[in-house]
Design a protein around this ligand. Structure first.
Ligand SMILES: Nc1nc2c(ncn2[C@@H]2O[C@H](COP(=O)(O)OP(=O)(O)O)[C@@H](O)[C@H]2O)c(=O)[nH]1
Ligand SMILES: [Mg+2]
Length: 337
């Protein structure tokens, strides 16, 4: 996890053998990891999958869409009994101070993770090859003092990455061989049966959406008044400029409403309904239901490989097709890998 541009995809690529599928690396500050990707690795005889997630500041996806993807993936895999053994949170050390998007990513990370899995967390500062040792050390000390004290006191660790395969492997080793953990979001969604919007992470996004909605509604109201005044003054130029502005804000409000619907979509009910449907089919055909359920999203295979989000998305599409429901947003329609 980590902000866009912190080096997540590049880190993963250093761990892969050159033959393997590569994670997409961003140029400038454009993000590339539109979906949640599961990329298999093999280190010290340990087979596993590393999950590359988009940041909560993605160029193309709203925060709601990012959370939806991460939570759908975490929900599905947790239901399958897959546990996460480690979380690497990446932070670009070349950034002099925490920008708004970095703070937002850290806040969302805390809500996703909770406090009970911090022993499995490593805060990995990246791009040490691109800073002087003195700058890097000063920023690292500030990062720890200003932002990470509580986490480190609860068992989280820090490490440095200098863009070499060696430092990437060392960082990965820090989170291998641990007992699997359930993240707070997984416990809330699956164990407690909460709707995404009621989880800590979902509630934070819901609050942001509500603030945006209120702001847009107010702006629309103000623009309406200004347009009336412009009409009274017969100022056609101003009226037309205000109308353009109004159309822009209305479009933004529409996007907020779409995001709200995406956040509130109840996936759990869809999955349960689908499971029931398959159970019925299995009963009538005498087949194993479980074998049928996971044709769309393959469970972790014996070597520890996990499905990426592509198949998960198609699984949900299948669910919706079978149930005859519509997708709330085409945001969720993924290309197959
Ligand atoms: N110098 C240096 N550049 C890096 C490092 N890791 C990533 N980058 C660059 O930072 C940019 C963003 O990297 P990317 O892996 O796409 O970040 P992501 O958005 O977190 O997946 C790309 O231009 C990378 O080439 C690193 O360790 N050192
Ligand atoms: Mg990426």
């Amino acid at each position: 996890m980590g902000a866009t541009g912190s080096g997540k995809s590049s880190f993963i690529n250093l761990l892969l053998d050159p033959e393997a599928k590569q994670a997409e690396v961003g140029h400038d500050l454009d993000s590339c990891t539109a979906s949640v990707e599961a990329i298999p690795f093999n280190i010290d005889g340990f087979h596993g999958s590393i999950i590359d997630t988009p940041g909560f500041d993605d160029t193309y996806l709203t925060d709601t869409a990012v959370l939806r993807r991460i939570s759908d993936w975490m929900d599905m895999t947790y239901r399958q009994g897959v546990k996460i053994t480690g979380i690497l949170y990446l932070r670009d050390i070349t950034e002099a101070r925490m920008r708004g998007s970095s703070l937002k990513n850290l806040a969302m990370f805390r809500k996703l993770c909770g406090t009970s899995s911090l022993a499995n967390v490593v805060f990995l500062t990246t791009k040490w090859d691109a800073v002087s040792a003195t700058d890097g050390e000063r920023r690292e000390a500030n990062l720890i003092a200003d932002h990470l004290q509580l986490e480190l006191a609860s068992g989280a660790r820090t490490a440095r990455h200098d863009n070499t395969r060696e430092s990437a492997t060392d960082a990965l080793r820090m989170v291998l061989g641990h007992e699997g953990v359930a993240l707070q979001l997984q416990r809330q969604l699956v164990d407690e049966g909460m709707a995404l919007r009621d989880t800590d992470a979902g509630a934070a996004i819901a609050q942001d959406l509500e603030a945006m909605r209120v702001e847009h509604v107010e702006t629309i109201h103000e623009l309406g008044e200004e347009m009336e005044n412009a009409a009274a003054e017969e100022n056609e130029e101003l009226k037309s400029a205000l109308a353009d502005r109004l159309a822009e804000v209305e479009e933004k409000l529409q996007k907020v409403q779409t995001d709200k619907a995406l956040l509130e979509m109840d996936r759990a009910r869809e999955v349960l309904a689908y499971q029931k449907k398959l159970d019925d089919v299995a009963r009538s055909t005498g087949q194993s239901a479980k074998g049928v359920v996971y044709t769309g999203v393959s469970p972790a295979s014996p070597d520890g490989r996990l499905p990426g989000f592509g198949p998960v998305a198609s699984f949900f599409l299948t669910v919706l097709e079978i149930l005859g429901g519509g997708m709330a947003s085409n945001e969720d329609v993924e290309k197959e890998d």
